[in-house]
Write a protein that binds this ligand. Structure first.
Ligand code: AHM
Ligand code: MG
Length: 299
């Protein structure tokens, strides 16, 4: 039974990076407890619902930062919950994260996740997803799981009763298959090409697998080793909603490392240079031919 540390050491990863993943695993365990037990507020009024969600976002963010501050190898952080990047230490690793993606789904007990991109940089401005040295997603569902890559393939781990993330599957290989996760269907109203693409998926009898959380949706593709997730923009919101640094770049690294593809419709997500921390991008991610079909139909 291999845990994350054994797996990384087996790949010859240096002990500093192994240590950073140790801190991330600790943070994920704490966030998983928060997701299960922290007050999400009673669903009812929009206000209290909104406030409670914000509280859980902030709590997850604090749990992540507290763990990272204990690790001397971490220097810079950027978070979807912080206005700017922050130097928290002298270490060489720079981590960009969305501590609780899909937090509006917690009250209805849907799966949510954490997303992390790891770099060695003094600032995130100007970096490309290709500059990542590693990335990770964690899913908080019936089980707590982690997908990670250190650019030597992709591995999946499941948290056991003893608090260890045990290797479930490595060498994930994305093939081709008919699963679709159509984000931002509202875009069909003024993006007729997207409506046409969705109609194609329906007519060709694709199976719908869409949860409303990008992490579980991409996780589905990684574990079934096929399918596509789309989140296009449209006329009024040209870049859609999802963020390049905090969401799209880390997931794209994992997808490409698993033999899949990820594009904004014109170029690889991983080639896009970051201009602002909150920069958004359309994204089509999953099986190579499916991503290509999105690019062809939406160009
Ligand atoms: P968040 O970072 O505010 O949680 O938003 C990101 C989430 C993604 O997980 C998901 O794919 C997307 O928002 C869904 O957005 P919408 O429901 O607006 O289509
Ligand atoms: Mg998010």
């Amino acid at each position: 039974m291999k845990n994350i540390k054994n797996y990384l050491e087996g790949l010859g990863v240096d002990k500093e990076l192994v240590g950073v993943f140790g801190s991330l695993a600790e943070a994920v365990k704490k966030i998983s407890v928060a997701v299960r037990t922290a007050n999400t507020g009673k669903v009812g009024t929009t206000n209290s619902y909104g406030e409670e969600q914000v509280a859980l976002d902030v709590l997850s963010n604090n749990l992540m930062i507290d763990e990272l501050k204990k690790n001397a190898r971490v220097g810079l952080i950027a978070s979807e919950e912080l206005p700017d990047e922050e130097k928290i230490g002298e270490g060489e690793y720079a981590l960009a994260f969305d501590p609780l993606d899909g937090s509006s789904l917690v009250d209805v007990n849907f799966s949510v996740g954490t997303i992390v991109g790891l770099y060695k940089t003094k600032s995130f401005i100007g970096v490309k997803g290709d500059d990542q040295v590693a990335s990770m997603i964690a899913v908080y569902g019936p089980r707590t799981t982690i997908f990670l890559t250190v650019k030597k393939g992709v591995a999946h781990f499941i948290l056991n009763n003893e608090g260890e993330f045990i290797l479930d599957k490595d060498n994930i290989q994305i093939g081709e298959g008919k699963y679709f996760a159509p984000g931002n269907l509202r875009a069909c109203v003024n993006n007729p090409a997207y409506l046409e693409l969705v109609n194609y998926w329906i007519k060709e009898k694709y199976t719908l697998r869409y949860s409303g959380g990008m992490v579980p949706d991409v996780n589905h593709i990684l574990l079934k080793e096929k399918g596509v997730f789309a989140y296009p923009g449209h006329k009024d919101e040209i870049d859609g909603k999802l963020r390049l640094l905090f969401e799209c770049a880390p997931m794209s690294l994992i997808m490409e490392q698993a033999g899949g593809a990820s594009s904004d419709g014109k170029m690889r997500i991983l080639e896009k240079a970051l201009e602002t921390l909150e920069q958004r991008t359309p994204i089509f991610i999953g099986s190579k031919s499916e991503v290509q079909r999105c690019c062809d139909m939406l160009k």
